[in-house]
Design a protein around this ligand. Structure first.
Ligand code: AFP
Length: 325
């Protein structure tokens, strides 16, 4: 079933369906650029940095522009917050029903090694960008109307939730259309796989140290079974693995840069991924609290992220509670 047919079947919200269709078109255009690799100069760095102080790749900027153009063309979006722009971009359609937060090309450092990258989107109701300015984006993730990522891997996938399950669509390169290939993903409750950047181990807080140490002790320790570890340095790919075969993805708070609460951004990484994971039966916390319940305080705010199989996340939450007691 093609994406547009699926949308008509599951959602009566025509404006939201139009928006999702335009996100998918942006994904198709970015996928084509990614496929061309060095032939399109996409692996080249630019001289500029984004609001996070990270060096931008050519493809970061082109993906941002392509996604913006599609969202503007949808006429149902009032403004867009992007990792690649300091302030939200306001469209002429300032009273349109939706706001979109996006990371147009997450994991772009993987381009240099021909690794997997992705685009992440979060759709919020427009509560009044015209009067509130960028404050309008500071809504808890549980208010998201939809979330999606597009994964530019061996196949191009669109993984989407409209708040009723999480579904996978695969791009048919011949017809240039996304087709439903997996409906209602279900994250395994238990798991024997974890994902974390272990090079930060000495900076982790005690609860995460404890959890990972127990996993590493495997069958000889308290967990009584061996664990496997994976790290792709691309949130889209790491989360996709968790959605399809279970596990936990951890980017915790650490003391490497004490002023920084984790690495990942709440509004366009943690929130949309949390909605996708929880809609697939998984869980997502920042340590003690559910990520989707957090009240954002800034557009480019960072947050610790622990997400995946519910039993493992429950254990991690308990370890954080015990460390606080
Ligand atoms: P880039 O987009 O700068 O490559 O960052 C990707 C990312 O935000 C996320 O996709 C990864 O999970 C995380 O960074 C990887 O971080 P490390 O560099 O610490 O492995």
């Amino acid at each position: 079933m093609q994406l547009d047919v699926f949308l008509k079947q599951v959602s009566l919200n025509h404006a939201l369906n139009v928006l999702i269709w335009h996100l998918a078109q942006a994904g198709i255009e970015i996928a084509e650029l990614v496929r061309q690799g060095a032939l399109q100069g996409v692996t080249e760095k630019t001289a500029s940095t984004n609001v996070q102080g990270e060096t931008q790749m050519q493809l970061d900027i082109r993906s941002h522009e392509l996604a913006l153009a599609q969202l503007r063309a949808s006429a149902v979006v009032a403004a867009v917050l992007s990792e690649e722009a300091e302030s939200p971009v306001l469209f002429e359609t300032v009273d349109a029903p939706f706001l979109v937060s996006m990371d147009p090309l997450d994991g772009s450092s993987n381009l240099a090694i021909n690794g997997v990258v992705g685009s992440i989107f979060s759709v919020l109701p427009n509560t009044g960008i015209a009067t509130q300015g960028e404050q309008a984006f500071l809504q808890p993730g549980q208010l998201q109307r939809a979330a999606a990522y597009i994964m530019y891997g061996p196949a191009t996938l669109l993984v989407l939730t409209l708040g009723q399950g999480t579904h996978v669509f695969t791009l048919n390169h011949d017809s240039q259309a996304f087709e439903l290939t997996q409906q209602n993903l279900a994250v395994a409750e238990e798991t024997s796989e974890f994902a974390i950047n272990a090079s930060n181990q000495r900076y982790w807080q005690p609860a995460v140290q404890r959890y990972v140490n127990e996993c590493l002790q495997g069958a000889d320790g308290l967990r009584g079974r061996d664990y496997n570890m994976r790290w792709c340095a691309s949130m889209v790919m790491d989360v996709h693995r968790i959605l399809t075969r279970g596990g936990v993805f951890l980017y915790p708070r650490d003391s490497k840069q004490p002023a920084r609460a984790g690495r990942l951004r709440l509004l366009y990484e943690a929130n949309p991924m949390s909605l996708l994971v929880t809609q697939a039966g998984g869980a997502s916390i920042e340590g003690l609290d559910d990520i989707l319940a957090l009240q954002p305080t800034a557009c480019h705010q960072r947050v610790p992220v622990l997400m995946g199989s519910t039993q493992e996340i429950r254990r991690l939450r308990e370890y954080h509670q015990q460390a606080q007691a």
